[in-house]
Every structure is written in C-alpha cells, then in structure tokens.
Ligand binder design. Structure first.
Ligand code: SAH
Length: 282
C-alpha cells in the first residue's frame, strides 16, 4: 500500500475535527468516512498481487541471508497484506509463520491463499497492529516485514520489535530510502510529506546498528519490483475500479494518487527506492 494513501486518510480525518474548542468531535462521522476510505483502499489493493514493491526473487534473496531456521522456528510477517511474500517465504523456509495485518479483509485473503497452497498448519494470518504485537518476549527467530514498517516508522519498529526476537534472531525489512544525499525538490517534498523518516542507506544502517542489531546485509530492490510487480498489475485494476465507482470522489482521488506516485517513480527512480535491511539481534 502506498504511503500517499495513508496520508490522504489521515488528512481527511483531521479535516473533520472541529475548529471550535469545546465543540464535540464528530466521531461517528469521522469514523464512517475513515472506514469507508479504508474499505475502498482495501478493496482496491486486494485485487492486486501485492500491496507494496517487491518480488518472489527478492524475497528469496533476502531469505538467503538468514541461516538460523529449522522446523521449530517461529517467524512473523508484520504488515503481511494478502501474503504474496509470505507464501514465497513459506515455500522456502522451514518453521511456522504468523502473518499479521491491520485489515481483516487482507487477512482473510491471506488465509485463503495459505489453504490453497496447503500451508494451513504452518502459515496463519491474524488481525493485529504492529504497534502492539501479540508475541512473547524472545519468541521469534525471524521478523519479516516488506513495505510495511513505515506505518510505525523504521526506528520505532526496529526498537519495539526487537524484544520479541531471540538473541541471534533476524529481522528483514524493506524500507523507502534515498540513494543520494541530494535530490530534486519535487520528489523531496513528496516524501517529506508522505514519510519524513525516509533517509539515506548509510543512515538507515546506522539506525539499525543503534537499535541493537548487526547489519548483516543491505540491497536495493530492482526496478521490476516496482514496475512489473507493483504498478503494472494496478493499471487494469484502476480501470475496473473507476468503472465500478464512477462518480465517487474518494475512489477517483485514490486512483489519481496512485497514478501520481507511479509517474513520480518513473521520473525520479534514480533518487529513491526500496531497500532491504537485514539485521541480527545482538
Ligand atoms: N507486505 C505486503 C503489504 C505491504 S503494504 C506486501 O509487500 O505486499 C502495507 C501493509 O501494512 C498493508 O497491508 C496494511 O494493511 C498494513 N498495515 C498498515 N498499518 C498497520 C498496522 N498498524 N499494523 C499492522 N499492519 C498494518
């Protein structure tokens, strides 16, 4: 799911808070618009292969740095979405995997996929929030999170999730990152607005080390993770969605945000992208 969408929702619900002090917050209205937007976004993204940039090849590449897994291992995929990358992990990695996502619709699709692939005992999706993970201290051998940690913030996620990992357990996350120290204002402004925690690769690596992990590996996701696996499947989905919701302003805005992001990526892809950061808990 894109950073832009999340921001649009936050902005819209802020717009609904009253200007006058003392006036009660229109919480029911607020909630219904909030939910309506989430439902629309969920519906849109549940029709595509994945909800963030990535690919099966890149999931397997990241997994190749993890050397501690056995049949007894416990793995969490945080912000799993409909589970594209989780099913790739499950095919290759031993152990039990729990996918966790805030959106029940995504988790439903996730569990259907797990059953279809005959993983019902090893792979389970649950609804939950990444800021309150339902795991025991030091329970996990591996925390996986593709294109999701931005929802809580890279540093906060690394710090808070660490307690659920065993010593020498791994964390593997993909995160939006700058490739250069400087970049054109248009793309800088877009990201400062959408996710101000975007940073350069060396800064992110330093943050990982500060959070108590050995930085094991870092690599940039190739362009096809955005174009072929994330944006291309959305083109047909956008047409269908606009036809279904003809005249709906929120739907039109959602698609226009997606298209804007896609154009920005094409124009500025030499300045930013997603990077996998793999760390080992000290
Ligand atoms: N990992 C998937 C999905 C990435 S999109 C992929 O790469 O395709 C980001 C995901 O984070 C969405 O599925 C969204 O529902 C989820 N998400 C957003 N806020 C969350 C939160 N607080 N807790 C758990 N999941 C969250």
């Amino acid at each position: 799911m894109s950073n832009g969408n999340i921001k649009t929702i936050k902005q819209r619900s802020n717009d609904l808070t009253p200007d006058e002090p003392g006036e009660p917050a229109p919480s029911s209205l607020n909630r219904s618009i909030h939910e309506f937007d989430f439902n629309l976004i969920c519906e849109y993204f549940s029709t595509v292969e994945r909800q963030g940039p990535g690919s099966p090849e890149i999931t397997l590449k990241a997994l190749s740095f993890i050397d501690n897994l056995t049949d007894e291992s416990r793995i969490a995929d945080v912000g799993c979405g409909t589970g594209g990358q989780t099913m790739t992990l499950a095919k290759q990695a031993p152990g039990r995997i729990t996918g966790l996502d805030l959106f029940p619709e995504f988790v439903q699709i996730f569990n259907r996929n797990a059953e279809r692939l005959n993983f019902p005992d090893r792979v389970k999706g649950i609804v939950g929030s990444m800021d309150n993970l339902p795991f025991q201290k030091e329970e996990l051998d591996l925390i996986w999170s593709e294109g999701s940690i931005y929802n809580i913030g890279f540093q906060r996620g690394l710090n808070e999730w660490r307690e659920f990992l065993k010593t020498s357990g791994y964390i593997a996350v993909s995160e939006a990152s700058w490739f250069t120290d400087e970049r054109p204002a248009e793309i800088n402004d877009f990201w400062m607005d959408a996710y101000p925690e975007i940073d350069t690769i060396p800064n992110k690596v330093a943050q990982m080390q500060e959070a108590g992990y050995i930085p094991v590996s870092t690599f940039i996701l190739p362009e096809n993770c955005w174009t072929e696996h994330f944006y291309a499947p959305q083109i047909a989905a956008q047409e269908k969605f606009l036809t279904k919701y003809a005249g709906n302003k929120t739907a039109a805005e959602l698609i226009s945000n997606q298209r804007h992001e896609m154009r920005l990526y094409d124009k500025y892809k030499s300045f930013y992208g997603y990077v996998f950061y793999i760390g080992k808990k000290i």
